[in-house]
Design a protein around this ligand. Structure first.
Ligand SMILES: N[C@@H](CCC(=O)N[C@@H](CS)C(=O)NCC(=O)O)C(=O)O
Length: 241
């Protein structure tokens, strides 16, 4: 059984899609980052970087429980555990790993910064231009890749597609449409046709509603305000005496 300690953000959703695709037994343990549950000592034991997602495989390597952080490392782990979505053929495997690393190194950080400055710090025009331009450039990289390959990593659906899809849900906001990005839109539609992706999207809405209800009487933290967060961040990463 895989316990997924998470919130349904893009990094959380990629693990949910993988779990649904593989059919492995799993459950979601809600960690609400809006009320600071990522800073709880029990979560820090699973993810010392005070982020979601983390997993516990109750039947890990050698038959004992195994804990992991970092969503793309978790995807590789689950792919190897189940023998799905990370091809064995060397060219396909390295193609998949390249595009998986491309997601974690570029798409996640740049789209994340663009979302932050578009939503939380709108008055910083320099930062908005920088991250919006970079995000659009990355959409063009995806468009070009998908013009030469059916799926991102190779000619098979893989963890590279699973990792990238949840980050691309806001494509309309960026002016990415069928006319200018036909290959990307073909891929995005193929992703949304998959039953596992559809289940992820339903669960994402359900988990968000459940978390909002549970958070009703809890104080909301401002994780984007580094002054408000300063003490919490230092405490989370300070070694105990
Ligand atoms: N590289 C990490 C990124 C994880 C990450 O940034 N998680 C965000 C949500 S998508 C988070 O937990 N934020 C809470 C915080 O920064 O306090 C991964 O892929 O797992």
């Amino acid at each position: 059984m895989i316990e997924l300690h998470s919130s349904p953000t893009p990094n959380g959703q990629k693990v949910m899609i993988m779990l649904e695709e593989t059919g492995i037994e799993w459950k979601h343990i809600d960690v609400d980052i809006n009320v600071g549950e990522q800073f709880q000592p029990e979560h820090l034991k699973l993810n010392p970087n005070n982020k979601i997602p983390a997993i516990v495989d109750t039947d890990g390597p050698g038959g004992s429980p195994y804990t992991m952080m970092e969503s793309c490392a978790i995807l590789v782990y689950l792919a190897e555990k189940t023998g799905r979505f990370l091809p064995v053929d060397a060219r396909k495997r390295y193609g998949t790993l390249q595009w998986l690393f491309f997601q974690v190194a570029h798409i996640g950080p740049m789209f994340g910064q663009a979302n932050h400055f578009n939503r939380q710090a709108r008055d910083n025009q320099y930062a908005r231009d920088r991250y919006n331009n970079e995000s659009l450039r990355l959409y063009r990289v995806l468009e070009n890749r998908l013009g030469e390959s059916a799926w991102l990593g190779c000619d098979e659906y893989s963890i590279a597609d699973i990792a990238t899809y949840p980050w691309c849900k806001g494509h309309t906001e960026r002016g990415v449409d069928k006319t200018a990005f036909p290959n990307f839109m073909r891929w995005f539609t193929a992703m949304e046709d998959r039953p596992a992706v559809q289940r992820n999207n339903e669960m994402t809405a359900e988990i968000r509603t459940r978390m909002e209800k549970a958070a009703k009487d809890k104080p909301v933290i401002n994780m984007y305000d580094t002054r408000d967060n300063a003490e919490r961040l230092v405490r989370a990463t300070s070694r105990k005496p």
